[in-house]
Design a protein around this ligand. Structure first.
Ligand code: UGA
Length: 433
């Protein structure tokens, strides 16, 4: 039985977890120091763009399953508390645990004996053991790792349909509470892996780094296809048909971004270096990703200059579709390079991301039409479905030099070429188009 579930940190993992556990029937209280954010959340105003989240939060506020507070006193009676505070990268690639440690100390000051502290924040290998050392001699808490595998933009779906649940703990004592928390999924036969804390921490880093590596790999194969004349779509499909490989995370793009893959890959690499380990695959994933972006910047520049394109419509800025998250978006270095090279740019992003000013000194247009108006060429940087719906006629009519650079391979090349447009995509040599 869980009387009340605490969640510390009202970021995307915290909000999604809180809303979904509340939807499963738990009483959940989310605590965050940011009073402005908490005030907004009390009125069901969500600070991030995440499909279905606003509806779920509103529903759970209305049926009194979800509350928000800036005070740890409101979670002092919880028998389980989920930590979802951020662990951003330090300059050297290591994860910054300041928020996590200060939140854990604060929680330990108020939490009742026996409380299960569940680390959902992505934490470096060994963190749970260090947190155990913070437990005061007079108190007894359980530290459990429960890494999350949600994708931004699909977070609610991923929470409700997990492939697996990973639980790391140092004794069997918290197992009953954790099993109760996840009973809905256990009943549905979702695999649940109970292991030790360090292994759970490693599973999270290894999973994200592996997926990042697959993307870096397919992007390298994409470059290879551009020289060999092979078709990248068929290549990826043919690889993915092998059950041992599988089809996911083999879609070429302008490199991986977001708040997780770059940060976690760097942190794992930092762990290797600081432990004097030579792990060349892991230590080179970021290198490959940075090369990817540099390579595409050169290709864009050469395509635009050889087609006398000066005015460019940039479609999509967030690190992927269905989010307003700009963190480590490949669009940032690409846009900076285009601006540096003297291009005149107009931008549109369907999320109307308010984070933009933190990363780029630019102004967004209100619509695709406004961005395309007066442009010589368009570059698609994010795979928003509304870009797929732009008709070839619209592109043909709007673009003076008829050039499209599709960095997500989302347009139908046959239809685009039939319209007389010059179409550049990833992994296709000009001769195969
Ligand atoms: C990632 C993981 O997929 C989640 O399992 C994990 O929980 C999360 O990090 C986290 O640690 O919090 P997320 O960063 O939201 O999720 O985004 P993804 O959908 O995995 O995409 C990451 C990047 O890879 C994006 O830039 C995306 O455009 C790129 N990508 C993805 C490709 O270029 N090709 C692909 O085939 C797939």
């Amino acid at each position: 039985m869980i009387n009340k579930l605490g969640v510390i940190g009202a970021g995307y993992v915290g909000l999604v977890s809180a809303a979904c556990f509340a939807d499963l029937g738990f009483k959940v209280c989310v605590v965050d120091y940011d009073t402005q954010k908490i005030d907004a959340l009390k009125n069901a105003i969500i600070p991030i763009h995440e499909p279905q989240l606003a509806e779920l939060v509103k529903k759970s506020i209305n049926n009194n399953h979800l509350t928000f507070s800036e005070s740890y006193n409101d979670i002092e009676d919880c028998c389980a508390v989920i930590m979802t505070v951020g662990t951003p990268s330090n300059d050297d690639g290591s994860a910054n645990l300041d928020y996590l440690y200060s939140a854990t100390r604060e929680l330990m000051n108020v939490a009742k004996d026996g409380c299960v502290i569940i680390l959902k924040s992505t934490v470096p290998i060994g963190t749970a053991k260090n947190i155990m050392k913070l437990v005061p001699d007079t108190k007894h808490f359980h530290i459990v790792n429960n890494p999350e595998f949600l994708r931004e933009g699909n977070a609610i779906y991923d929470f409700q349909n997990p492939d697996r649940i990973v639980i790391g703990m140092s004794s069997d004592e918290p197992k009953a509470i954790i099993s109760y928390l996840y009973s809905h999924f256990i009943k549905q036969d979702v695999p649940i892996l109970f292991t030790d804390n360090t292994t759970a921490e490693t599973i999270k880093y290894a999973s994200n780094s592996y997926l990042a590596m697959r993307i870096a790999f397919i992007n390298e194969i994409t470059t290879l296809c551009e020289t060999s004349g092979a078709n990248i779509s068929d290549t990826a499909e043919g690889m993915g048909m092998d059950a041992r490989i599988g089809k996911h995370y083999l879609h070429p793009g302008p490199g991986f971004g977001g708040s997780c893959f770059p940060k976690d890959t760097k942190a794992l690499s930092y762990f290797a270096t600081s432990n004097e380990l030579d792990l060349p695959i892991i230590q080179n994933i970021m290198h490959s990703n940075l090369n990817r972006i540099e390579d595409l910047i050169e290709k864009l520049h050469s395509t635009f200059s050889s087609n006398q394109c000066k005015n460019i419509a940039v479609l999509g800025l967030t690190f992927k579709a269905n989010t307003d998250d700009m963190r480590d978006s490949p669009a940032i270095p690409i846009v900076k390079a285009l601006l540096k090279n003297g291009y005149s740019l107009k931008f549109y992003d369907p999320s109307h991301t308010t984070q933009i000013k933190e990363y780029l000194d630019i102004t967004l247009q209100n619509s695709i039409d406004e961005a395309l108006d007066g442009a010589d060429a368009a570059v698609i940087l994010t795979e928003w479905s509304e870009f797929q719906l732009i008709s070839p006629q619209k592109f043909e009519h709007s673009l003076n030099k008829k050039v499209i650079y599709d960095m997500r391979n989302i347009l139908n090349s046959e239809v685009i070429l039939k319209q007389g447009l010059k179409y550049f995509a990833l992994g296709f040599s000009p001769s195969t188009l």
